[in-house]
Design a protein around this ligand. Structure first.
Ligand code: NAD
Length: 543
């Protein structure tokens, strides 16, 4: 079990777990949170309904917490409070905002055990995959805190008349941003997009997924601990189909992470109000293993690419295209590594892969594999549910011989299932990788990194990693991340990730001359004068 939970006793700042600390890591051990700890977190939810929704842990099916539910009126109140807080926050200096954000970096690293406990309890993922979440938030907080001025300072731009037209570009906060996030990375997906929004002077109304509210609420608590005003980050709880519309009706911008189907609904509603939105959606992500690839490295990377968080990861790999020359060796190594994985839904560091989060997820994954097998696919590893490990556990699964009529050929499984294909011709492999509607993340394995980058340019994905699964792009926060085609719109991270939360305002100050005939000039004389000026400017090389 975790460092935050010494034995079965209390820790000073952690989610105290009752019940047996089982040295044999029995997945059926009962983990429970102290009611006071849960109450401190759920207190942040704006809820006047009196209704609650019970959350169960996928580790053992045991109840974790009762989550108060918000109504449309509660959403309205969340926006009212957020607007008041935002007006004051927008007047706080960028330096001060950045200082607070940087403090979050330290807090998240200090309290990582507590964060990972909650993530694991709610999602059932392996502890090493839970660690990716505080890691990603620390990276994001540090990056934006250190680059705040670069993104937000007023910039000078060349004016139309050199020297006499002075142009400044201001970054004005949008106001209140609505953030709707999924359950798969419940801490970082609830928080990471909000950090640049706050830094840019906005407030946030967040609606995390109902299955993983506590991880998201802990994120809100840590923001306050870092020094962000409490009312700047409002949290509402409830089904997305009920709270989504009231949020979009009030927000100045919407940041959504989730499925492509929901993303389309949100885009339509945002369009009706003419507010901006960024959509981080699904994928059917490919890896290309070229003939000169380091096979061992590719096999190691493939395990992480396909089975991190049991494949419930937007940038997870579900299709592998492997060159003929290395196919047999690669498959042998990939299968061997997959079969050697340690499986289990426990809260220690031992498991290489945790469980799926829900019965719905298990149903989809099982249906995809059963459909493929029924239509002739071969199972090279895994292939079945493991209720002996946890109620929704499904083995890491490698399929061969997948064909277009099988559901998992082009549809996102969002589980630990990968289809592996042989290729003879690289151009054909790239075309197959680009097949379909998605375009989120891709990888290329090759010893020739120059060629790897050239091939990456031909892969229609928002991020492409050479000799790595997804971590190289995802953790490089200065690099924008997002999807092409049906994998999304807009980008998180980098300057795009913060500028989406600002309105660009151009202010031009005109000196001495004005735009029109001067000094008794006729309109025709003015036109001639301007024509000559344009030609001169072009000769001088002005943009
Ligand atoms: P989902 O779209 O069902 O739910 C995501 C969020 O949207 C939840 O908070 C949910 O309550 C809310 N929601 C549901 N219906 C809504 C509606 N009509 N209006 C407003 N909000 C609504 O997605 P999911 O199944 O929970 O998440 C998995 C999907 O998310 C996968 O497709 C995965 O690829 C994608 N995802 C993408 C990224 C990325 O960065 N591109 C990251 C994580 C997950």
């Amino acid at each position: 079990m975790s460092e935050a939970i010494p034995g079965s006793g209390a820790s000073s700042d952690g989610p105290v777990v009752d019940g047996p600390h089982d040295p044999e890591h029995d997945p059926r051990a009962s983990y429970a949170l102290e009611p006071e700890y849960v109450a401190r977190l759920t207190d942040r939810i704006l809820s006047t309904t009196g209704a609650t929704s019970q959350v169960f842990s996928p580790i053992n099916g045991a109840p974790v917490a009762n989550i108060p539910q918000s109504s449309t009126d509660d959403v309205a109140e969340a926006f009212r409070r957020a607007r008041v807080a935002q007006a004051a926050w927008a007047r706080v200096s960028v330096d001060e905002r950045a200082r607070i954000l940087h403090r979050l970096h330290d807090i998240v690293l200090d309290r990582q055990a507590e964060i990972m406990d909650l993530i694991q309890l709610e999602s059932g993922k392996a502890r090493k995959h839970a660690f990716d979440e505080p890691l990603h938030i620390a990276l994001t907080a540090r990056y934006y805190a250190r680059t705040a001025h670069q993104h937000l300072d007023t910039q000078r731009r060349p004016g139309v008349v050199p020297v006499l037209t002075r142009v400044e570009l201001n970054r004005v906060p949008k106001g209140v941003v609505g953030i709707i996030s999924p359950w798969n990375y419940p801490f970082t997906m609830a928080l990471c997009d909000g950090l640049p929004a706050l830094l840019a002077g906005n407030a946030v109304v967040a609606k995390p997924d109902a299955q993983t509210m506590l991880s998201a609420l802990l994120g809100a608590q840590l923001l306050e601990d870092a020094g962000f005003p409490r009312d700047l980050w409002q949290v509402v709880a409830g089904p997305g189909r009920e709270l989504g519309t009231p949020i979009i009706q009030r927000a100045d911008y919407i940041c959504f992470t989730g499925s492509t189907a929901t993303g389309k609904i949100i885009a339509k509603q945002a369009a009706e109000r003419l507010i901006g939105c960024s959509l981080e959606l699904g994928g059917k992500n490919p890896i290309l293993v070229l003939r000169d690839a380091d096979v061992e490295r590719a096999a190691e990377g493939a395990v992480r690419a396909c089975f991190s968080n049991a494949g419930q990861l937007c940038v997870s790999t579900e299709r592998m295209f492997v060159a003929d020359a290395v196919y047999d060796r690669f498959v042998e190594r990939f299968v061997a590594r997959t079969k050697a994985m340690s499986l289990g839904a426990t809260m220690d560091w031992d498991a290489d892969m945790g469980t799926l989060i829900s019965a719905d997820q298990l149903e989809t994954v099982t249906a995809h594999v059963e459909d493929a097998v029924a239509k002739g696919a071969r199972v090279l590893a895994g292939g079945k549910a493991r209720p002996d490990l946890a109620p929704y556990y499904f083995e890491p699964t490698i399929l061969e011989g997948v064909t277009p009529e099988m559901t998992c050929f082009g549809n996102e499984t969002f589980g630990p299932v990968v289809s592996i294909y042989r290729f003879h011709d690289e151009a054909d492999a790239i075309a197959r990788a680009n097949d379909g509607e998605y375009g989120l993340n891709g990888s290329v394995y090759t010893r020739d990194t120059v060629r790897g980058r050239a091939i990456a340019r031909q892969v229609k994905c928002g991020t492409v990693n050479v000799n790595e699964a997804f971590g190289a792009t995802f953790a490089s926060i200065d690099a924008p991340m997002g999807g092409m085609r049906e994998s999304g719109m807009g980008r998180r991270q980098g300057s795009e990730g913060i500028h989406r939360y600002t309105e660009t305002q151009s202010v031009a100050t005109q000196r001495l001359i004005r735009f029109g005939p001067m000094l008794g000039m006729s309109d025709e004389g003015y036109a001639k004068f301007m024509t000559a000026s344009l030609r001169l400017m072009d000769k001088l090389g002005r943009a």
